[in-house]
Every structure is written in structure tokens, then in C-alpha cells.
Design a protein around this ligand. Structure first.
Ligand code: FES
Length: 114
């Protein structure tokens, strides 16, 4: 397992971009819970963020793609509105150990299908 981020480095209600081995993901902490997704919009495969570490909409309730504005549920990555409505962001499986978010290095390859 590879540790990718310290839970304490993610502020509640915010998102954070992560890069490991040239692979890009992002994490969100909401209600003390951490979520982790590949940084790839299911519409065109582009990165999602507006600016560095900004993946959420104005009231931090949903994930929003900066390219065409698709909106995704934080909890499961389900697209609620936009050109990829009904599709999902691809989650990255992880465990938390000693406050660190850990990912299996075998999983650290880009998703091949959207
Ligand atoms: S690339 Fe994300 S909504 Fe089009």
C-alpha cells in the first residue's frame, strides 16, 4: 500500500488534487468522511478542477466539472446534471491506516474505460 495523503491535510468541506506516479486523483472530506476519485470527467476524460484543489461547486455540495459544468454527488460520483448525466466518476479504492489514506499500488493505473 502507498500512502497518498494525510487525513489531517484535507480540510472539512473541501477538495484536494493528488498526483501519484503521474496519475491524478482528487479527494474530498465531507462530514468527516473521505472520498477519492480519479481526476477524469466521464464526459470527455478531462481533469475536473476549476483551479488547483477546487473541485466543488459554489456551496461545496456537489463536485462540478469545470469544462461543461456537470454536477456529481460527492458520496458516489453519480452525475446528476450535465452532458454525462447518469454516469459516474470512477472511485479509487482506499483504506485509512494511522490517519493516512492508503491505496494499493496495483490499483495505481489510469482507468481504461469511462
Ligand atoms: S468534460 Fe466534464 S462536463 Fe464535459
Amino acid at each position: 500500500m502507498i500512502s497518498i495523503v494525510d487525513m489531517d491535510d484535507i480540510d472539512e468541506g473541501t477538495s484536494k488534487g493528488l498526483e501519484v506516479n503521474n496519475l491524478y486523483m482528487f479527494t474530498i472530506k465531507k462530514d468527516g468522511q473521505v472520498y477519492l476519485y480519479w481526476n477524469r470527467c466521464p464526459h470527455l476524460g478531462t481533469p475536473l478542477e476549476w483551479e488547483e484543489d477546487r473541485f466543488l461547486d459554489a456551496d461545496a455540495a456537489l463536485i462540478q466539472c469545470s469544462t461543461h459544468g456537470a454536477l456529481f454527488q460527492i458520496e458516489d460520483g453519480h452525475c446528476l446534471a450535465g452532458p454525462c448525466k447518469g454516469k459516474y466518476l470512477q472511485a479509487v479504492p482506499f483504506i485509512i491506516e494511522n490517519g493516512m489514506v492508503m491505496v494499493d499500488e496495483k490499483l495505481l493505473k489510469q482507468p481504461t474505460s469511462l
